[in-house]
Design a protein around this ligand. Structure first.
Ligand SMILES: Nc1ncnc2c1ncn2[C@@H]1O[C@H](COP(=O)(O)OP(=O)(O)OP(=O)(O)O)[C@@H](O)[C@H]1O
Length: 468
């Protein structure tokens, strides 16, 4: 039950308000002067204080200042009988949530109280969400004892507080998105949105639309104005993954955003401003892309203000046992299995494995082991069966390449044929698990709906509109 303190030297007001608010189901206390009010405030926890601005001993403003100083977790509504704007403005400046002018009727006091308490609940939830976000991406949940990872933690802590652009560079699965999230969670933007976008998934036209939005009538089908993520994430953080694949035309638009925060929605002549913090990631050598004229040099310099290199897992083998145990604990908890650990030779095998898919691959292997295991300890034999499946399975029917170009073509074919199949299967499974509800499927898969839909489009998967 919400607890309220009414502070007023007029007994009629104190008792009258008390009766009204008790009727409304609140737990109400009163104080007839400033020192009694402070005594009660320091002793008990109140959700809301209705505070008269003029008291015989201490002014309401001074009490308000004490509430702020002592960081008491309550909202304050100032009651002023003198109705001057100055009093009210002064009170609001000192952190009061609202003010009401005497004389007020029952309805006014009930409405003001309900509004303040509703806002207080929201503020509390927001604080809790911020804390959850912070805990999730706190360094305790990012495993890394290796000195290179510790240096990354240090860099992240330094850069998080600023609004600087960060470039995360590392192979796929090394944790770039996890570190981007950690930067956001440790920044002053933590209470605002973190939006991620994969530049690989979108065609240039879709990408421009997603980033900058469009105005009504900008193209066929644009039946209403829709904001892009630069507008939506203006107070938050925007994570652009696989930046090396960004279309050249969009690269120049991104450069403008980075230089002065300006952009234009598709079909609009109006320049808009964004304050979004930008974090980008790449698993390609951006300098090489610049040399190949596939990436703008000026954009590269703009993005390279604060580069963070995340080494592949094989270059930080000392972290493998810790990571393996971290995931073992997590998946054992999730599946309710009692698995005490890995045998020594299983751990040794893991440490010596190359992990081309980095931490993501290790995580997936441990998840599979936990699901399949019926024993208390995971042995080397069991592990090797599950690593072998990966190695034996899926060797594609591609002739051994003789030149570098053929090797590149083979790699492309391999990715298109095999990874495409995995991507399509992943989408179908997610959609069917969510009974055809695309929004839910995207949410469960940990993706933004727009990214999910773009991936569906790429594979020609059509949504069952009736169920979404
Ligand atoms: N140091 C770590 N501690 C705990 N979990 C980690 C760590 N590094 C990565 N992971 C986990 O591994 C998975 C892959 O990480 P993430 O998606 O951040 O990689 P990425 O580099 O962004 O990959 P990609 O380039 O393919 O997008 C995620 O589930 C992430 O939570």
């Amino acid at each position: 039950m919400n607890k309220i303190l009414i502070v007023d030297d007029e007994p009629n007001i104190c008792n009258g308000c008390k009766l009204i608010l008790i009727e409304e189901g609140y737990d109400v206390d009163t104080a007839m002067n400033g020192s009694e009010a402070l005594e009660k405030l320091f002793e008990q926890n109140y959700d809301l204080v209705l505070l008269d601005i003029r008291l015989p001993d201490i002014s309401g403003i001074d009490i308000l200042k004490q509430i702020n100083e002592k960081r008491l977790d309550c909202f304050v509504i100032i009651m002023t009988g003198h109705g001057t704007v100055e009093n009210a403005v002064d009170a609001m400046k000192n952190g009061a949530f609202d003010y009401i002018t005497k004389p007020f009727d029952d309805k006014e006091i009930i409405k003001a109280t309900a509004k303040a308490l509703e806002n207080r609940t929201l503020a509390r939830e927001n604080k809790m969400l911020k804390k959850q976000l912070y805990d999730r991406f706190s360094f305790d949940n990012i495993v890394g004892e290796n000195h290179q990872i510790k240096e990354i933690f240090d860099k992240i802590q330094r850069v998080a507080a600023l609004d600087s652009t960060v470039l995360l560079d590392g192979e796929s699965g090394t944790g770039k998105e996890l570190f981007a999230n950690a930067i956001h969670a440790h920044s002053k933007r933590a209470g605002n949105r973190f939006l991620a976008m994969d530049c690989n998934t979108f065609s240039p036209a879709l990408m421009e639309n997603e980033l900058f939005g469009h105005v009504k009538g900008a193209f066929t089908g644009a039946d209403k104005t829709r904001p892009g993520i630069f507008e939506i994430a203006s107070e938050g953080t925007l994570f652009l993954d696989e930046i090396a694949n960004m279309d050249m035309n969009i690269q120049s638009k991104l450069l403008r955003v980075l230089e002065n925060g300006e952009f234009k929605a598709i079909g609009s002549g109006k320049v808009q401003k964004t304050r979004a913090r930008i974090i980008v990631a790449t698993n390609m050598d951006l300098k090489k892309r610049v040399a190949e004229k596939k990436f703008r040099q000026d954009l590269f310099y703009r993005l390279n203000v604060f580069p963070i290199y995340i080494p592949p897992l094989r270059a930080r083998k000392d972290d493998i046992p810790k990571l393996a145990y971290h995931f073992l604990k997590r998946f054992s908890r999730e599946t309710g299995k009692q698995i005490s650990g890995f045998s020594d030779d299983a751990l040794e095998m893991m440490v010596n494995f190359e992990w081309p898919g980095n931490v993501r691959q290790l995580k997936n292997v441990v998840e599979r082991l936990v699901i399949m295991s019926d024993t208390h300890q995971l042995s080397r034999g069991f592990l090797s069966d599950h690593l072998e499946i990966k190695r034996k399975g899926g060797v594609p029917d591609i002739q051994t390449p003789k030149t570098l170009d053929e090797l590149k073509a083979a790699k492309k074919k391999f990715l298109t044929v095999y990874f495409g199949k995995i991507e399509a299967a992943f989408l179908s499974q997610a959609i069917s698990r969510a009974d055809g509800n695309i929004t839910l499927a995207a949410k469960n898969a940990g993706m933004q709906r727009s990214n999910f839909s773009a991936m569906m489009k790429k594979h020609g998967i059509v949504a069952d509109k009736s169920s979404d």
